[in-house]
Ligand binder design. Structure first.
Ligand code: SAH
Length: 351
């Protein structure tokens, strides 16, 4: 029988009630939280202010680590990529990015890009994560532990979270929210809600639901096309949630939150990089007071897509500027370590 619970999936309240059931006072639960989130303990046996009997009980009742680092790879620009194995041997990727122009401004920032699913069901034509479908949702503990393990392995305090790794975060809504509350909590990882950005392929009902959450996290929407015709070609999800509905949901989010949202727009040569698309994107972003992150496409082995040349990317950006829209042309980091989206995992699984 294996009825162990993942301790990193639990809120403080839940842990306190588990401790009450074990006949333990609340302050013991707080001591354990401190060991986990501040002192980076990786076994209950290290928790030296608890009795041996309690440590034994905790070891029997809870799993402490949910992800295990298999590989790390350093890019020349200091982006660091981690391949984690889960207890069922599934593989996921997480990236540590020292500064993310366009996402955060200052270079003392350390941003972690977390995964939320093993694989992805949405099958965007250009993306490596969706090539083999979705295997399962990550648990809250598996999401939280990516951040904790990276803090431990790198020795850096993580300041920002972008949920832009493998998977569609809003398709794993409940575990995502549970994890983000733990990441945000003062007793947990302690990262401010405004330093957390969730990126979605565009799940309309979930965007509205997120807008109504009390936690003020930031939203990024993967647009990648400014008309249904272009977006549909590369993102099958557009058939279910066409642009009109998606933009209405974005409007709702922006109005509920009174915060600027972001559109991500990857630039793929000859597919979505025309100046006509740029003008349409400019009009959309202007109307929604949204910022645009332009990302020159990262080629994926086996896929036919290419990035446009630098001048074309610049022209696209200039066109957005002519609509008075703020954009960043993200010279993406970590291309040399396959930091883009599911590529390290894909290569490891195939070899
Ligand atoms: N499912 C979510 C989050 C994961 S992908 C979403 O779709 O937003 C994070 C971002 O990387 C998305 O904008 C995605 O479209 C983009 N992306 C995927 N593959 C890429 C590639 N090869 N090059 C550049 N960006 C890519």
């Amino acid at each position: 029988m294996n009825a162990k619970e993942d301790i990193k999936s639990l809120s403080r309240e839940e842990l306190v009630s588990r401790f009450a059931a074990l006949g333990q006072p609340a302050y013991r639960a707080d001591q354990v939280l401190q060991w986990i989130y501040e002192k980076q303990a990786d076994s209950f046996d290290q928790m030296s202010n608890l009795s041996a009997a309690l440590r034994g009980k905790l070891t029997a009742s809870f799993d402490l680590n949910a992800v295990h680092a298999l590989k790390t790879r350093n890019a020349t620009d200091t982006t660091e990529k981690f391949l984690f194995q889960l207890r069922d041997h599934s593989l996921i990727e997480t990236v540590l990015i020292p500064a993310t122009p366009g996402l955060t401004s200052s270079s003392d920032r350390h941003t972690v890009c977390v995964s939320t699913q093993v694989g992805c069901a949405f099958a965007c034509k250009f993306c490596a994560s969706g090539l083999e479908g979705v295997k399962r949702n990550l648990t809250a503990a598996e999401i939280v532990d990516q951040v904790l393990q990276i803090q431990k392995l790198s020795g850096e305090k993580v300041s920002n979270i972008v949920v832009m790794g493998m998977g569609e975060p809003l398709a794993n809504y409940n575990n995502l929210l549970r994890a983000l509350k733990i990441i945000n909590a003062p007793w947990g990882v302690g990262i401010g809600a405004r330093k957390i950005t969730v990126s979605t392929v565009g799940l309309v009902p979930r965007i509205k639901q997120l807008a109504d959450e009390p936690m003020q996290i930031r939203l990024a929407v993967s647009l990648h096309g400014a008309t249904d015709e272009v977006r549909e070609k590369i993102m099958p999800v557009n058939r279910k949630f066409p642009l009109k509905e998606l933009l209405a949901a974005c409007d709702y989010y922006a109005n509920t939150r009174k915060r600027m949202m972001t559109f991500e727009y990857i630039l793929i040569d000859g597919v979505n990089d025309s100046l006509e698309q740029a003008h349409k994107l400019g009009a959309i972003a202007k109307r929604l007071h949204a910022k645009v992150n332009l990302i020159p496409y990262n080629p994926v082995e086996g896929l036919p897509w290419k990035r446009p040349d630098r001048d074309r990317c610049k022209m696209f950006q200039h066109t957005l500027q002519s609509h008075d829209v703020t954009s960043t042309l993200r010279m993406e980091k970590g291309t040399d370590i396959n930091a883009a989206c599911g590529q390290l995992r894909l290569q490891t699984e195939r070899s």
